[in-house]
Design a protein around this ligand. Structure first.
Ligand code: P6P
Length: 336
């Protein structure tokens, strides 16, 4: 049977299931081509002069890598002319990017972390792109970037699509339009993404956890208890041995969980409490939570379902505990 390309999958979702509109199909294809361009730029590494610092800082006050800036520009340039978007928001930009008047405006809002895991760029470890799609509210004020921020402040349950790309040994694109989770692999010879796994499901139980152990002294009691029990292994309360992985790129840890289960935690801790957490709600936690739930997993702050959070700032941060639903339920129970 002919390969099922991303384009064919999207046409089938649009035509057979009425799940997506033509504009949303176009949006996802444009984003996928931008991810392909980012993958090519990353693949050049030291040969392409794209490694190292950009010499600038982003809205988070973090030093930007050249590839952070390049990836952001690739996504902006790819999306602003198509007529499918009302505005875009990015981890790398303080304010949203409204569509220039020379282009038609569309009904969708696109949010993205153009390159997640930047600390891994220069050491050749997997990094990725995370994106989220919302509908632009009727009558939203898009007259200025400042005014347009309000249009983005919607709970994660309002997402119409979300996905991530992992730039690793292969480049994969994992996508949901609310009809389950599908994985595509970049065909480097022909170009374009080919469906390699559909209906991805996360096992309800796991024996593998992901957390940055260096922060242990800063964690709240429920997380201290949970991690200690996993470390006690089969002689402890959980009655089984656990393994640990921490890549330092959320997309790589989440993709492992999508593929074989697990639990990922960046919980509230004493270091990040005053900021509300480490990871950003709108373009990291929400898209990942959407995908995880679509694959049968769970995603919580420890105290509430991530997708239910009513955002009040574009760049707000939240604690994240996501993955195999029975493990997440246990940790949430400990917070109770
Ligand atoms: P730490 C990358 O900067 C990121 O936002 C996530 O991709 C990743 O899971 C986390 O931060 C890593 O944080 O504190 O371990 O460096």
């Amino acid at each position: 049977m002919a390969q099922r390309t991303l384009a064919r999958y999207l046409i089938e979702e649009q035509r057979n299931k009425g799940v997506i509109t033509a504009d949303l199909k176009f949006l996802i294809e444009v984003v996928s081509r931008a991810c392909q361009a980012i993958s090519i730029a990353i693949g050049k590494g030291g040969l392409g002069g794209v490694l190292g610092e950009a010499g600038s800082a982003n809205v988070q006050g973090e030093a930007q890598k050249k590839l952070d800036v390049l990836s952001n520009e690739i996504l902006l340039d790819a999306n602003e002319w198509g007529g499918h978007l009302a505005a875009m928001a990015s981890e790398e930009m303080d304010l949203p990017h409204t569509i220039p008047h020379r282009y038609p405006q569309g009904e969708y809002l696109l949010l993205f972390d153009p390159l997640d895991g930047s600390s891994n760029i220069d050491v050749d470890v997997s990094i990725g792109t995370i994106f989220s799609v919302l509908k632009c509210p009727e009558g939203a004020d898009l007259s200025t970037p400042e005014a347009s921020e309000a249009a983005f402040l919607q709970p994660g349950t309002a997402q119409v699509a979300a996905g991530y790309a992992v730039y690793g040994p292969t480049t994969v694109l994992v996508l949901s339009v609310g009809d389950g989770v599908t994985c595509f692999t970049l065909d480097r010879e022909q170009g374009g993404f080919v469906l390699t796994q559909e209906a991805m499901r996360i096992p309800a139980d796991t024996a593998e956890f992901a957390i940055n152990m260096a922060n242990q002294r800063h964690w709240e009691a429920p997380v201290q208890r949970y991690v200690a029990e996993m470390q006690q292994g089969k002689d402890g309360a959980l009655g089984k041995d656990y393994n640990m992985r921490w890549v330092g790129s959320m997309v790589a840890d989440v993709h492992r969980i999508m593929t074989r289960g697990g639990i990922f935690m960046y919980p509230l801790d004493a270091k990040t409490r005053d900021k509300g957490g480490k990871l950003r709600l709108m373009y990291e936690a929400n898209p990942m939570a959407f995908l995880i739930e679509q694959a049968g997993g769970a995603a919580s702050t420890g105290r509430q379902r991530i997708l239910d959070i009513e955002p009040d700032r574009l760049h707000q941060r939240v604690p994240v505990i996501l993955g195999s639903k029975n493990e997440v339920a246990r940790v949430v129970g400990y917070h109770g």
